[in-house]
Design a protein around this ligand. Sequence first.
Ligand SMILES: [Ca+2]
Length: 362
Amino acid sequence: MKLPISYLVSVCFLTLVSVSCQKSKDATSVSENQARPQIAILSKTTYNLGDTIPLQLSEPLTQVRVQIDSVSALVLRQTADSLAVSTSSAKQIGLHQLIVQGVRTNNAPYSDTLGIELWSDVSPAQLDYSVVKTYPHQASSFTQGLEFYKGALYESTGLNGQSKLMQVDLPTGAIIKSVPLGEQYFGEGITIVNDKIYQLTWTSNTCFQYTMDFVLAKTFSYPTQGWGLTHRDSTLILSDGSNRLYYYTPDFRRIGEVVVYDDKGPIMNLNELEYIDGYVFANIWQTNRIVQIDLASGKVVGNLNMERILPTSIDTKTNVLNGIAYQPQEKALYVTGKNWPTLSKIKLKQPLKKPETLVASR
Ligand SMILES: [Ca+2]
C-alpha cells in the first residue's frame, strides 16, 4: 500500500497548533490562564484563497490586529461578537497561522494563534483530448515511471523482485534493454537529466543514478517515500504520495517544495509526474484523473479524465493508471498503467496557456 503522508502532516499541523496552545495553557498559572482564554473562535479551518474568514468573539476586543503568518491581514468588519478577516494578504495556498491580538474588556492583552488551511481560488478547467494512436505495452510491466529522452522511451517498473529500469521500443512495446533492481527495492519514478537516469524506490529512501548504458553510477538518499519523478531544467521534482512536490538538485540536495491544492482541497496521492512548459502533470493514485499543476503557485489549473483510454481487458481498479511521458516534438502525451496491455498517445485539444508567472515576468 502507498499511504498518504502529507494529509497526516496537515492534520498534525492543525492539531499541533491547538496542542501547543493547550500545552502553554497547562503550563501557565491560573491568572495567566484567565488572561489567555480562547476568545476568537473559527467555525472551520479551511478556506479558499481570497475568502473572508469569519470569527466569533466570546467577548468584545478592542485594538484588534490580525496577521496571517507574519503579514498583517485586513479586518473587514468588527462587531462586539464577531470579526471578518480578509485572506487577500496570504499569497500562497497551504497551511498558515492566523494570529489574533487585541485588548479585552478588563484591559488585559489577548493573543491567540489559530491554524488555517487555504485552498486554491481556481476552479480547474476540464481538458479535452483526442486519442491519436494506441501502442502495445508489456502487460508484465508494473509501470511506475515513464519518460522520453532524445526520442527514446524509458520505463521504470515496481514490485519487489520484479523492479526494472528499461528502454522500450515504442511501436512494439518490446524491451530494448533493461537492468533489474535488487529484490529489496521497489522501483518507482524515473527522469533523465544531462544523460543521467534517476530512478526512485518506494520505501528504501534510495535513488539510483545510471549512465545511458544502464550502468549504476551513484546512489542518493532522500527522507520521504519515493513515488513520481520528473524535472524542470536540471531541477528534479519528486512526489511522495502526499500533496507536496519536492525540488532536488542533480546531486539530491532538497532545495524547495510546493504544496498542491485545487479549490476543493489538498490533492493527495500525487503519483507519476511529467513536467510540461511550466506545469507538472501528475496522475492521482487509484483514480483515472491527471491534474495539471501550476508549479509557481501549486494550484491545479486543469483536470484530465483518462477513462476513455482504460483497457477493457483488465481490472483497472487494481491495475491503475500510472505513467505519463511527454514527447515535445509531437506535443503528445503517452499514457499507460500498471500491467496495462496498451500505451495511448493523446493530444490535448487546447494548447497549454502560458503559466501566469511566466507571462508576468516578461
Ligand atoms: Ca513521467
